[in-house]
Design a protein around this ligand. Structure first.
Ligand code: TNX
Length: 536
């Protein structure tokens, strides 16, 4: 992957250079990433206001000091004839540009002959790329984005988006010139699982807010959205064969806040919205614990046949399905069947965490039976670290969150998703003054979330056993989407880079420099990020 134009991004420790006079002198000196922000100075030309700052860091990136690509009303986007995936991605890009420009670029099918076009194509046979890899070239004469697959093309377009000024994210139209610095990137991800989890059970997020997070994941080339759809405080997805789960069990949330749930149509729409952005939705129905909302909705799920009251507190560990009742397994079968029919993705998460009410042996038998139910509906089971001692097939996946025994599952051939609570639990406070969030796993500032190495995290869990990295956002203390955003950003960007970028391309100093450049983009997107004093 190396070429003479490659250079490590982390050689450049400069921050954005806002002033024009200092800029001219500095530009004579720097030959690294900052050069893109400098470019040739033309009299009267507006100074580029942002330095190239791509997150996650690409495998190889060169920013030659050449003239930029100028996007104007003549620019078209070209795709190959009959390539409906590339066309769809082209239309996504046209929408992004068109919302800020007076005219939306046209998406044309045909050979990329048009002068100064943005040419999109998919080349599955390019061995450098793989399905999620891409090559991006920006020159004055044109832009070319080649993906090894549809996902790769989409990620190349996201890298192109990050080379454009943050103003491209505004939805208000304005006729400002849009310049894209000359660049050459060849890139592919390190891990196949780059995820985030939203806890919509403790506090419900309506579909439009979940879509905001899907959009954010797309910006950072993340590809899994795990939705924690049930817990003690609420059941959030319609199950037609058990309607009281949502009618009653979905009516509450923590602290008396409003409940809510997704109808199956709404859920299918979220799945399609994510799918169009190459993101797989991973549904979680937590069992056998974290089930008070279900237990309250159906007395027969309780060993004593008595439904408990609904619960709005934040204790954990007190609830459990009756693992000795056959009706429990009928219930699980119905729930897994109905949800599985709504998702093309191959994963179904059964939770399995924090069970205090069931003897360990019975718990493990329950997990093994639940796994068989998941497989019978064509999905692969995922469970939190507690499930590792169960006798599960290698296709089952274990999600590590605290010191546990995932090595047992790895020894049987299973792969692991890393979500160490002390690093990537986005519900942990940044520092002692953070007004929301918890702190049981520690305070997690941006650097702490960034500065660790997945392949060195757990003894006995080498790189090949790691499926990827996921950042859970638990919502006991988060009331609105603004709270969710405040805890997610900037740390989500750190987790995106952990999941995507090669270890030799990562360094805190360079990440911090790039992160600084993302603040105006978040503002343009209306995201309520935390302005960490470590970074800004
Ligand atoms: C632990 S992580 C939990 C959640 C809580 C979270 C709060 C896990 C599998 N269980 O039930 O919401 O801590 O940080």
């Amino acid at each position: 992957m190396s070429s003479s134009t490659d250079f490590p991004m982390h050689t450049n420790q400069h921050d954005a250079m806002p002033c024009r006079a200092a800029r001219r002198a500095a530009c004579l000196l720097v030959t690294t990433a900052l050069a893109a922000a400098c470019g040739p100075l033309r009299p009267g030309a507006p100074a580029p206001r942002h330095a190239a700052a791509i997150i996650p860091a690409p495998l190889s990136i060169a920013l030659p000091r050449e003239a930029p690509f100028v996007l104007d009303s003549l620019t078209v986007i070209t795709v190959e004839p009959g390539d409906s995936t590339a066309r769809r991605i082209g239309e996504w890009l046209a929408d992004l540009i068109g919302s800020t420009r007076e005219s939306t670029p046209r998406v044309l099918e045909g050979p990329a002959v048009a002068a100064r076009a943005i040419a999109l194509r998919i080349r599955p046979d390019d061995p450098r790329l793989g399905p999620e890899g891409y090559e991006l070239t920006v020159a004055a004469s044109g832009v070319s984005v080649t993906g090894g697959g549809g996902a790769g093309l989409f990620y190349g377009v996201q890298a192109l988006r990050q080379l454009m000024p943050p103003a491209v994210e505004f939805t208000a139209r304005r006729p400002a010139p849009l310049e894209i610095p000359a660049a050459h990137i060849v890139d592919r991800p390190r891990f196949e699982w780059r995820g985030m989890m939203l806890d919509v059970a403790r506090h419900f997020l309506p579909p439009r807010d979940v879509k905001r997070f899907i959009d954010l994941l797309a910006l950072y080339r993340m590809n899994r959205l795990h939705l924690h759809l049930s817990d003690d405080q609420g059941w959030r997805i319609e199950i037609r064969s058990w309607p009281n789960l949502t009618a009653y069990g979905g009516s509450t949330a923590v602290g008396g806040h409003p409940g809510g749930f997704y109808t199956q149509e709404e859920f299918a729409d979220l799945v399609a919205y994510a799918h169009a952005r190459f993101i797989t939705i991973v549904p979680e129905i937590d069992m056998p614990g974290h089930t008070n909302a279900a237990l309250a909705s159906y007395p027969e799920l309780n060993c004593d046949g008595v439904a408990p009251p609904l619960y709005e507190g934040i204790r954990v560990g007190f609830s459990a399905l009756c693992v000795d009742n056959e009706v429990t397994y009928q219930f699980i079968d119905d729930v897994v069947r109905e949800i599985s029919a709504l998702i093309p993705g191959e994963y179904f998460h059964i939770g399995g965490d924090e069970v205090e009410r069931i003897p360990h042996e019975r718990y493990l038998e329950f997990i093994e039976r639940a796994e068989r139910i998941v497989v019978s509906h064509g999905k692969r089971m995922i469970g939190w670290g507690e499930v590792a001692p169960a006798n599960l097939p290698p296709s089952a996946i274990v999600q590590h969150w605290r010191p546990d025994s995932v090595q047992l599952a790895v020894a049987r051939g299973s792969r692991v998703i890393l979500s160490p609570s002390s690093r990537v639990y986005l519900d942990m406070k940044y520092d002692a003054s953070t007004p929301i969030g918890l702190s049981w796993a520690g305070l997690i500032d941006v650097r702490h979330a960034y500065d660790w190495e997945p392949a060195a995290w757990l003894e006995g869990v080498p790189e090949r056993a790691i499926l990827g990295v996921e950042a859970p956002l638990w919502a006991e203390t988060l009331g609105t989407v603004h709270d969710f955003e405040y805890m997610a950003l900037p740390r989500l960007a750190a987790v995106a880079e952990l999941g995507w970028s090669a270890p030799e391309r990562r360094s805190w100093g360079d990440f911090r420099r790039r992160l600084r450049e993302h603040w105006p983009r978040w503002q343009a997107l209306g995201l309520n990020a935390y302005r960490s004093p470590d970074v800004w």
